[in-house]
Write a new protein. Structure first.
Length: 69
């Protein structure tokens, strides 16, 4: 019985240690996800800004007449 309790105790200690490791890893993943989402939002903003600028430039181009087509 003592051997079984010692074994269970060692397993519980190992599980507690693993939970701590997973919590640390989860925190790192959450931080990385937050950074990736921030970068994604910034890139989307830049893409939309560029799209608007290109559209404005296209509007400024002279229109082709029927004779030129």
């Amino acid at each position: 019985m003592d051997k079984e309790l010692e074994y269970l105790e060692s397993r519980v200690v190992a599980l507690i240690a693993r939970i701590g490791e997973l919590e640390t890893q989860n925190a790192r993943f959450a931080e990385a996800l937050s950074e990736a989402l921030k970068e994604n939002a910034e890139l989307n903003f830049r893409v939309n800004e560029t799209r608007s600028r290109v559209a404005a430039l296209v509007e400024r181009l002279p229109r082709a007449t029927e004779d030129e087509q």
